[in-house]
Write a protein that binds this ligand. Sequence first.
Ligand code: SAH
Length: 231
Amino acid sequence: SLARQALERLEGDKVEDTTEPQNIEELKRKGTLHKQRLKLVLEQLKKSGASKVLDLGCGEGKLIQLLLKEKQFTQITGVDVSYTELTKAKERLYWNEMAPKQKERLQLFQGALTYIDKRLEGYDAAALVEVIEHLDENRLQAFERVIFEFAQPQTVIITTPNSEYNVLFENMETATMRHKDHRFEWTRSEFESWANNIAEKNSYKVEFLPIGEVAENVGAPSQMGIFTYEN
Ligand code: SAH
């Protein structure tokens, strides 16, 4: 309903994807892109050697589902501002029926990434998959401090759409965004300069990877920054 949508918006919640896939091909492409993205994030988390990981803005828990399959990850924590998404995550992960040993590895809690939170400290790595574009731009600085200055995991992985690629989505009008709830979408250079600046200020180094097939001139549909803390 409209009221629910309005409420969810106030909560900073996810609103349904309004860029309806135009055809079956696009539908498949979208599904595959997210799978590809999660796979790449998982690979990077494994490569980082992390055992305690945070999935920040975990949504319905798709990444957590993959993390649980890997023995390397001994503590997995999903955080989301939306109670609705956390409930979906619990369903997806069969939380109620989960074996005690498995449950010990997993924590889910409600939290906002723009407020300092002690519960985010002490982790080796944090993933933020398609989350930053849901934050108001004027809250990004708060977010940056919460993650890079206070929580300060050894590795931080951030993915976000590459707006340059939008011209290739058939059904998108120019200057619109991929989701109604996106507050911004950045070009590669916008993302990279934001990330480089954060890295420099907080003693991290950052590398970038494309997500999805790289198209001429516009790059890949999504982009990833891998931050590593330099002790
Ligand atoms: N990472 C998931 C979900 C991405 S959608 C995936 O890739 O499938 C973005 C998610 O960020 C939503 O679940 C939304 O509820 C959450 N979110 C938005 N603003 C947030 C905030 N300030 N703090 C924590 N989570 C937030």
